[in-house]
Design a protein around this ligand. Structure first.
Ligand code: HEM
Length: 203
């Protein structure tokens, strides 16, 4: 990579701009913040996505790169949000995308993590919408909370590490593919999950 090329994070953002917009529109079209019932459907989508990647937050290949990775995990907060609202979680019998203790492809995993960590930027808007339902980072919308150091700082420290490793063209392509697969996964959950009583896990 030459100096003039944009960072990996910027390239990921540019490559996923269209799918992010489509996802954002699909979620908002389902009006997840119009009632606690539809919000619970959104929570089940988040549950299954964060469950898919929960193992990444303790994978030694990744914790070696991101020292604060364990604190970034939001799966437990999503489950707590469901419990706050007295809602049943989505069925978890399907195998998650990443399984603890199994070897992982680091570039692919970085692509998935980019999507999960980036979604915490958009969460700034979502938690404001959730407030209208009486929800907050202490009840029902815990997984949308900002970290103590603030979303922008948390994102900067994440992308600094994401951008650092030297990669071959093939590895770069696997990062992009990982991000693309993560967005596809969330989009699949959104398309299956609203208006049908909760996220149907078709994995
Ligand atoms: C209705 C739902 C959503 C809205 C309104 C939304 C909104 C936003 C906004 C405004 C940003 C930019 C924040 C900033 O630059 O300061 C952002 C970033 C991002 N969002 Fe979303 N988002 C939504 C859902 C999601 C979901 C479900 C995912 C993936 C699971 C996602 C992934 C990302 C990523 C990866 C970024 C970082 C982009 C970058 O700067 O590289 N978003 N979102």
């Amino acid at each position: 990579m030459t100096e003039a090329e944009p960072s990996r994070a910027r390239r990921l953002k540019a490559a996923s701009h269209g799918v992010h917009e489509g996802l954002d529109n699909a979620i908002m079209a389902a009006k997840p913040f119009s009632s606690r019932e539809t919000y619970v459907e959104f929570l089940r989508i988040q549950q299954l996505f964060h469950r898919d990647i929960a193992a990444l937050y303790e994978a030694p290949e990744l914790t070696a790169l991101f020292p604060d990775l364990a604190e970034r995990r939001r799966y437990d907060q999503v489950r707590a949000d469901l419990a706050d609202l007295g809602a049943d979680p989505a069925d978890e019998t399907a195998r998650p995308r990443f399984v603890a203790g199994q070897a992982l492809d680091l570039p692919t995993a970085l692509g998935w993590l980019y999507v999960a960590e980036g979604s915490n930027l958009g969460a700034a808007f979502l938690i404001k919408a959730a407030a209208a339902l009486g929800l907050s980072d202490e009840f029902g919308a815990r997984h949308l909370a900002a970290s103590p150091e603030g979303r922008a700082n948390q994102w900067r420290s994440f992308t600094a590490v994401l951008d650092a490793p030297e990669m071959t063209d093939d590895e770069e392509a696997r990062v992009m593919d990982g991000a693309s697969a993560a967005f596809t996964r969330v989009r699949g959950l959104v398309d299956a999950g609203f208006g049908q009583g909760g996220a149907a896990d078709a994995a």
